[in-house]
Design a protein around this ligand. Structure first.
Ligand code: ZN
Length: 686
C-alpha cells in the first residue's frame, strides 16, 4: 500500500510540475484550473496520509509554513556583480572599444542582447535538481536568504529538470530577475484599491517588496514571476557561451525571456536597442534598458572584472520614465456625462523625451488617499501608456504652504451643486445646460467615431459656445456664414470648409447619429445593431424595452437607457430640431449601404481586411470610439483575441488575458496614435 502511495505521489508531483511549467512558463496550459486543483488535492490527501513521504520539493510545499524571523545571510560563491551603465549610443560604443583594446586584434565577437528587467536580482542554487537556496544580490558578496519566499513563486521550479529528459546538473546557480508582469500588477493594484488598501507605485517596488516579506504566505499571494538570464556556475554541463547558458536554462525548465537575441555583430545589437526603446511600453514587463553581453564565456573570463563590474557586459539604460516636478494646480474636467475628474497642471517637465504639462489624478478618492496637494513636488510617471500619471507627492519637500485638497461642491463650469451617486466614486454635475458638458457633447458628436465632422474640434466648439451660437448639437445645423466669419481665425475659406463638413454630416448613416447622441451604453457597435434592426429613429423610438433586449449584444441596462433617453421630452425636441436642420434620421439605402456611403464620403477603407481588438483605456478615445473608427475605415472590431486578430490596440491597464494571448500569438500591438496613423493611411510611427 505504502509502495503504491509512494509511486502515486511521485507521479502526481511530476504531472503537477509539468502542468505548472506549461501554465506559468510556457503560457500554454494543457489542463483546466479545476483539473489542476484536483491533482493538487489528491497529492495533499496522500501526503496527509503518509507524512513521511513529504519532501521539500513537493509542489504542495510551495507556501512556506513557518514565517521567517529574519533573513539569514548567504555568501555568494561567485560575486553577483553589477553592470556599468551607458546612457547613449556613444557610451555603448566606447564600452566595446575598451573591451576590444584588451583582446587580440581582430578577435571576432558575438553578443547577446537582453531586455533589462526592472525587478529584484536573485541567485537560485539547485543541488542534484532540488532548489536548495535563493538569495538576493545584497552587496554582491553577501545576500539575503529568501529561499522560503522564492519557493512560492509559481514559475520557479522546485526541481529541475521539469521534464525528465536529462539528468540534473550536480550543482547549478541560476541567476535571474524576479518581477511582476504589468497586467498582473495592474489587476493586483485594482483589487487593493477596491479593498481600500494602499497601491504600489510600480511593478519593481511591488516585486522587491513582495520577495522581502518575513511571511512567505504574503509573497505567495503576490503575482510574481522569474526570468532566468544567466548561469553563475554549473557542474556536470559544459557551456561555452551565454547563448548556451540560456539554452541550458530553457531545457531545465526555467523561464527565459523569449525576447533575448543573439547578435552576430554590433550593428545588430544597436538596432535591437533602438527597437526595444520604441516598443518598451508594449511589453508585459518593465524593462529599463538592454543588457549587452559578449557571448563567449572564454572571452568573458579573459576580460574579467574591474571593481565590481564585469568588462564584458554593459547596461544600455532607457531614458527615465519617472520625473519630479511641481504640481501647480489641481484642475477639474467636466465630461460629457457630467462626471467631474481631477487632473494635475504641472510645471513642464521632460519625461521619456516628451514635455509633460498635465497628468492624470485618476479620481477624487485616489487623490485624497495619496494626499496630493497643490504646490507639492510630485513624482510623475509614464508607464505602459501615453497618459502620464501623478504617482505620489514628496511630502518631505513641503514648506507648509500646501493645503489639503477639498473636492468641489459645485461644478467648475456652471457653478451648480454637484452630486455623488451612491456606491460610485465619481462626482457629477447634473445640470443639463452645463457649458462644459455641452462642449464635450459637441466634441463627441463631431468625433471620427460619430458624425465625423472635419474641422470641428474642441477649440472650435469652445468658440461656438462662448459666442453663444451653439447650445446643443442641433444648433450646429443652423449656423450661418456671417455668424462664423466674425469668429477669431475664421476666414472665408475656413467658414466654407466647416459649413461643407456640417452639410456632409447631414447624410451620415443612422449608426453614426445614434453614436453621436451619446446615449449611455450605446457605442458604435450597439448603434450599428440598432440601426440595422430599426433603420430609422422613429422605428427605434416605437420599440419597447423587450424588443430591444432581444437584439443580441444589447443588454437590459442599455435597452432601458435607450427607451428612457429617446422618450425624454428634451430628446424629442432635440431630434425634431435636428430633423428641421436637415439631419437624416433614417438609413438611406439597403443594409449594405453603410460602407459604400463611407466611400462616397471620401472616408478611406484603409483598414479593410484587418481585425482589431481594443483593450485598456486610450488617451483620447473611448473604446467605442476606437471601434467606430475601425468600422468607419472598413476594418472589423472584435472583443476577443484570436489568430485572426490583426492588431491589438492597447491603452492604459489593458486586459490581462487579451494582452497575454496577443503576446503569445505574436499579434502586433498599437497605441492610439498607431491606430490613428494606420486609419489615416500613413505609416506606423516609430
Ligand atoms: Zn456643470
Amino acid at each position: 500500500m505504502s509502495m503504491n502511495a509512494s509511486a502515486r505521489i511521485d507521479e502526481l508531483r511530476r504531472i503537477i510540475e509539468q502542468h505548472a511549467h506549461h501554465y506559468y512558463t510556457l503560457d500554454a496550459p494543457t489542463i483546466s484550473d479545476a483539473e489542476y486543483d484536483a491533482l493538487i488535492h489528491e497529492l495533499r490527501r496522500l501526503e496527509a496520509e503518509y507524512p513521511n513521504l513529504i519532501t521539500p520539493d513537493s509542489p504542495t510545499q510551495r507556501v512556506g509554513a513557518t514565517p521567517l524571523e529574519a533573513f539569514g545571510k548567504v555568501q555568494h560563491p561567485h560575486p553577483m556583480t553589477s553592470l556599468v551603465d551607458a546612457f547613449t549610443r556613444e557610451e555603448v560604443q566606447q564600452w566595446l572599444q575598451r573591451a576590444q583594446r584588451l583582446l587580440p586584434e581582430g578577435e571576432p565577437l558575438a553578443f547577446v542582447a537582453e531586455p533589462k528587467i526592472d525587478g529584484l536580482a536573485v541567485a537560485l542554487t539547485y543541488e542534484r535538481g532540488a532548489l536548495v537556496r535563493a538569495a538576493t544580490r545584497g552587496d554582491g558578496i553577501t545576500g539575503e536568504d529568501v529561499t522560503a519566499n522564492v519557493r512560492t513563486i509559481r514559475n520557479v521550479p522546485l526541481r529541475i529538470p521539469v521534464a525528465d529528459e536529462m539528468p540534473p546538473p550536480a550543482v547549478i546557480e541560476v541567476r535571474g530577475e524576479i518581477y511582476m508582469p504589468r497586467d498582473l500588477f495592474s489587476a493586483m493594484n485594482a483589487e487593493r484599491e477596491a479593498r481600500g488598501e494602499a497601491t504600489f507605485a510600480n511593478p519593481r517596488n511591488a516585486a522587491a517588496g513582495s520577495v522581502r516579506q518575513l511571511d512567505p504566505s504574503i509573497t505567495a499571494s503576490r503575482p510574481l514571476r522569474l526570468f532566468a538570464y544567466a548561469v553563475g556556475y554549473v557542474e556536470g554541463y559544459e557551456i561555452a557561451t551565454q547563448a548556451d547558458a540560456l539554452e541550458l536554462l530553457r531545457q531545465l525548465g526555467l523561464s527565459v525571456n523569449v525576447d533575448i537575441l543573439v547578435c552576430e555583430d554590433f550593428d545588430r545589437v544597436l538596432r535591437y536597442c533602438e527597437e526595444w526603446m520604441a516598443k518598451r511600453d508594449q511589453l508585459n514587463y518593465e524593462a529599463d534598458g538592454v543588457v549587452i553581453k559578449i557571448n563567449s564565456l572564454d572571452t568573458q573570463r579573459r576580460l574579467g572584472i574591474v571593481g565590481n563590474a564585469p568588462r564584458w557586459a554593459v547596461a544600455y539604460k532607457f531614458p527615465s520614465r519617472e520625473a519630479t516636478t511641481r504640481l501647480l494646480e489641481i484642475a477639474i474636467n467636466v465630461g460629457r456625462t457630467g462626471v467631474l475628474t481631477p487632473y494635475a497642471v504641472l510645471e513642464p517637465v521632460q519625461l521619456s523625451g516628451v514635455t509633460i504639462r498635465q497628468a492624470s489624478l485618476h479620481n477624487f478618492d485616489d487623490l485624497l488617499r495619496k494626499d496630493i496637494r497643490a504646490g507639492d513636488t510630485v513624482v510623475v510617471q509614464r508607464a505602459g501608456d501615453v497618459i502620464p500619471q501623478v504617482v505620489r507627492p514628496i511630502v518631505e519637500l513641503r514648506d507648509g504652504s500646501q493645503q489639503p485638497f477639498v473636492p468641489p461642491s459645485t461644478c467648475p463650469s456652471c457653478s451648480q451643486p454637484v452630486e455623488r451617486t451612491q456606491g460610485e466614486v465619481a462626482l457629477y454635475c447634473v445640470n443639463p445646460s452645463c457649458p462644459a458638458q455641452t462642449l464635450r457633447l459637441l466634441e463627441h458628436w463631431a468625433s471620427r467615431g460619430a458624425m465625423d465632422i472635419d474641422g470641428l474640434g474642441i477649440r472650435v466648439a469652445e468658440q461656438l459656445v462662448a459666442a453663444g451660437l451653439v447650445h446643443d448639437v442641433a444648433d450646429l445645423y443652423q449656423l450661418m456664414r456671417e455668424q462664423l466669419l466674425v469668429l477669431e481665425g475664421f476666414q472665408e475659406r475656413r467658414v466654407a470648409n466647416l459649413l461643407a463638413a456640417l452639410d456632409a454630416s447631414r447624410q451620415r448613416p443612422l449608426w453614426r447619429l445614434l453614436t453621436g447622441l451619446g446615449i449611455p451604453g450605446v457605442g458604435a457597435k450597439a448603434a450599428q445593431m440598432l440601426a440595422e434592426r430599426f433603420r430609422s429613429v422613429d422605428a427605434l423610438r416605437a420599440a419597447d424595452q423587450n424588443v430591444l433586449e432581444e437584439i443580441e449584444g444589447i443588454g437590459p441596462t442599455t435597452a432601458a437607457a435607450v427607451v428612457s433617453y429617446l422618450n425624454r421630452p428634451a430628446t424629442v425636441e432635440l431630434l425634431q430640431r435636428l430633423r428641421n436642420g436637415g439631419v437624416s434620421m433614417a438609413e438611406a439605402a439597403p443594409p449594405a449601404a453603410m460602407d459604400t456611403t463611407d466611400v462616397a464620403e471620401g472616408v478611406t477603407s484603409t483598414l479593410a481586411g484587418l481585425t482589431f481588438v481594443v483593450t485598456g483605456t486610450l488617451p483620447d478615445m473611448s473604446r467605442e470610439e476606437a471601434e467606430a473608427l475601425v468600422l468607419a475605415h472598413g476594418g472589423k472590431a472584435t472583443s476577443s483575441v484570436s489568430a485572426k486578430t490583426s492588431y491589438l490596440v492597447v491603452g492604459e491597464r489593458p486586459g490581462a488575458s487579451k494582452f497575454n494571448k496577443a503576446q503569445q500569438l505574436g499579434i502586433p500591438m498599437l497605441d492610439e496614435a498607431g491606430l490613428l496613423a494606420l486609419a489615416s493611411g500613413s505609416r506606423l510611427p516609430g
